[in-house]
Design a protein. Structure first.
Length: 400
């Protein structure tokens, strides 16, 4: 995955399908092709329980698969007519998958009012060109996580954070670092790339911004204030392990990792403010997508999947349990609730700082060139200006 590669699949035993070896074990029901997801560990167990509860309550028999490398598997399975009827992912695939003809418009099938049920951002996220392609169940972004055994109070500014990072950063001696933060992951770095009034891609204006002065300033800030405290590795897993093993006081990651850090005394806080700027992370709205596979499925399967999505996204127990796993509620009855805990509150504050990931298909061309640009910046091979201008040229060429 380009911008959220931390959402790894959870493996499992290969299912007997045409994608054997890539799809994990069947959880519930009889049909392994109905619902696909990439939930991990506790999230997967909770989802499994909820799907079983739905099947028992309704008499349906929907099945589910955990899928490694969701994007790759969907791009193979959907054109071949072997994909799921529903799958879960963030909202930013809507524009691309609409253009590719993979999505089913459920406008006439759903029995609830989007605007009355979900937050404005969530209701808008599941629609594209007047069609309703799914139902939302959470909001997500990355925010500051800290080890309470090393940090008494979370920093509110980058200046305060740097003081703490200086105290712990000793890679050559103790093997410790000030910060574990995947250096070439555009989604992770977006908060500070866009911290000085820039946008990687302005969807409303249909303008690329990666080579704007504002985004270049964000890149220079990252190079000067964050990169010096991170491990040399560029892969996300190395940074996850650095923080998880207690070798860094800070990391910046998403709610999907809170369970992975259960052995730590984990604190979660809003992103610290840089001098003269404000973190503006890309945010996502995870949803249950509906695919055109439902039109070819057995009679009633599509209806059952839509019914499940309505149940899952409005069930109080599902919403509060997901909140315990760090998923920020988007149901109007729970948005902004003070009863869902410190972790959800911190992520919610950071979501409020951010902007939704562009769902326009053009955004799909931004990730890889910007990842390369960040790699050049992190390695010291090019300045932010040169690296981002090269990325912009490549992106614009791909749009022509």
């Amino acid at each position: 995955m380009n911008r959220r590669s931390i959402l790894k699949g959870i493996g499992g035993t290969a299912a007997a399908t045409t994608l054997a070896g890539c799809i994990g074990g069947l959880f519930t029901g009889d049909d392994p092709e109905v619902l696909w997801h990439e939930f991990q560990d506790a999230e997967a167990e909770d989802f499994n329980d909820f799907l079983a509860e739905f099947n028992e309550e309704t008499g349906h028999d929907l099945g589910s698969n955990s899928v490694n490398e969701m994007e790759e598997q969907l791009e193979t399975a959907l054109p071949a007519g072997e994909g799921p009827v529903g799958f879960t992912w963030a909202h930013d695939w809507i524009g691309l998958y609409h253009d590719e003809g993979y999505l089913y418009d459920a406008t006439d099938d759903i029995d609830l009012n989007l605007e009355d049920t979900y937050s404005e951002a969530a209701a808008e996220a599941v629609q594209w060109e007047g069609n309703v392609y799914g139902l939302p169940y959470a909001a997500e972004t990355v925010t500051l996580m800290y080890n309470r055994e090393m940090v008494e109070e979370p920093p509110e500014t980058i200046d305060e954070m740097e003081e703490i990072m200086e105290d712990y950063h000793d890679p050559d001696g103790e093997g410790t670092y000030g910060l574990a933060y995947p250096p070439t992951d555009v989604y992770f770095m977006s908060a500070y790339l866009q911290a000085f009034d820039g946008l990687l891609f302005d969807e409303e204006a249909d303008e690329l911004g990666v080579d704007s002065d504002a985004v270049i300033e964000g890149g220079e800030f990252i190079e000067q204030s964050l990169y010096p405290y991170t491990p040399a590795a560029s892969d996300n897993e190395a940074h996850e392990a650095t923080f998880g093993d207690g070798n860094a006081p800070f990391t910046i990651n998403g709610p999907w990792m809170t369970g992975e850090y259960a052995d730590l005394d984990l604190g979660v806080a809003p992103l610290p403010l840089p001098d003269g700027g404000e973190p503006t992370p890309l945010t996502g709205i995870p949803l249950w997508y509906f695919t055109t596979e439902g039109e070819e499925a057995d009679e009633g399967t599509l209806e059952s999947v839509v019914e499940f999505a309505e149940w899952y996204t409005t069930n109080d127990d599902v919403i509060t349990t997901n909140a315990d796993n760090g998923m920020i509620p988007v149901h109007n009855d729970h948005v902004g609730s003070d009863e869902l805990g410190e972790t959800v509150g911190a992520f919610s504050e950071t979501v409020d700082m951010g902007v939704p990931m562009p769902a326009d298909a053009k955004m799909d061309s931004v990730w890889a060139p910007m990842e390369d640009a960040l790699d050049q910046l992190f390695s010291g091979s090019e300045s932010a200006a040169d690296a981002f201008e090269t990325a912009a040229d490549e992106i614009r060429d791909s749009w022509d």
